[in-house]
Structure formats: C-alpha cells, structure tokens
Design a binder for this molecule. Sequence first.
Ligand SMILES: *[C@@H]1O[C@H](CO)[C@@H](O)[C@H](O)[C@H]1NC(C)=O
Length: 260
Amino acid sequence: MASSSSLSFNLFMVALVLAISIRSTLAVFRPSPWKLAHATFYGDETASQTMGGACGYGNLFTNGYGTDTVALSSTLFNNGYACGACFQIKCVQSKACYANVPFTTVTATNLCPPNWSQDSNAGGWCNPPRVHFDMAKPAFMKIAWWKAGIIPVQYRRVPCVKKGGVRFSLQGNGYWLLVYVMNVGGGGDVYSMAVKGSKTGWITMSHNWGASYQAFASLGGQSLSFRITSYTTRETLTLWNVLPSNWRVGLTYNSNFNFH
Ligand SMILES: *[C@@H]1O[C@H](CO)[C@@H](O)[C@H](O)[C@H]1NC(C)=O
C-alpha cells in the first residue's frame, strides 16, 4: 500500500513538473492595448516600391508578405528588431475612414527614415520621437480614402499568423553565413539566433541589419540547425537540420515549425 501511494505521488510530481515546464516554453503573445498614432502610405497600388525594404525580406510576394506591409518610424523600428512584428491599424477621427472596416493587419517590413529637412508636424512624419506607420498603399486603401494622405489611427501589436514554418534565406561566403529570418509567427520578431553545424557546437550569431543574423564560421558541407529566440516573448525554438549538407547561399529554406 505504502509503496503504491508513494509511486502515484511521484507520478503526480513528474506530471506537475512537466506541465510547468511545457507552460513556460509556450509563452503566448497577447495583443497590446490600442494606442494613437498616424499613418500615411508610400508607393502605388502595385506596392513595387515596398520590395527590398530595410528588413531584408527581398521580394515580399515570393516571401509571403504580399502588400499587407508597413514601414515603421525609427522610434518603432528599434534598429530592425521590430522587423516581422504585426500590427492591427484602424482609421479613427477622420472623414477619410471607411466606416465599415474595423482594422487591417500589417507586418513590419521596412523603415520609414527621418527627414530632418521637413518639420515633424508637416511632412517629417517619421522623425523621432513620432510613432508613425507608412503603409503600403494597398494596405492603406483598405482602411481609408487614399487622397487623405495622412490619417489618425489606433494601432496595437498582435500575434503574427503565418502559414508554414520559419524561413531562412541565405547569403554570405565560405567564411561568413548571413541568414535572413522570414515568415516568423507569434511575436514575429527575432531577439537572438544561433547556428549549429553537424560537426560544430552551437555558434552564437550576431545581428547584422533588419531581420538578418550572421556567423563568422566555415559551415559548408554540413547540415545546419538553428535556434531562434523571439524578441517579444523570449520563447526559443530549436530547428534541427533545417539546411541539408548541400545548402547554398542565394537559396531560401523552410522549416516545419513556427512561433504562435
Ligand atoms: C526630404 O524633404 C525634402 C523637402 O520636402 C525633400 O525635397 C527631400 O526629397 C526629402 N528627402 C527624402 C530622402 O525623402
């Protein structure tokens, strides 16, 4: 009797510890409160001017971002750490707002740089410390009449809903691996990253620009695994053998896992 009750107590403790550790690794990102800001748009209806932005996502159509994208003022951009973050934006307090549209959802793919030759309240909309959204024109046109030019908005950070796993686009050379991290779900953003070759230990990568991370190491001919930590939730994903040993720069590789 005594041994069976201590066994069930032990099983209970194991289950409890497992439940706590699973809970702590599955940090769920919840929407932030709505705040006030302003929005403008850039480019035209084709959104071709939004390609190749300051996050390094390249062609936004082939990489899954489409035209639901936004350039952030540097106050929000956070030196590229906000790349991939998702926002709901709604037009408020303006005759230009479409009354029947509650909000639209966009992913940060670019920086709206300051222009100090324009006043912060008359054209220099992205000058610090302004919180400003320069939306791709098709995204702006979902919430307001585009001829308004600038509109007051409410915005909030929301979890990014992405199809499929995190994607890795490779650049660099034999001694330097530069990885663009794309299609990130959940917080959408990346805090830190590490790479492991099949013949190496984990190598910490450093932030280069936008959503790219680099390792100064010779990793050719090895299958590569990545460990990525979300900026918003600090949750870490370990993606084993995402790249086969014959990986090449210039290619993009999909993993099977994502943040939520
Ligand atoms: C900054 O504003 C000035 C004045 O309107 C304009 O001529 C210039 O093209 C702007 N610079 C950039 C980089 O947009």
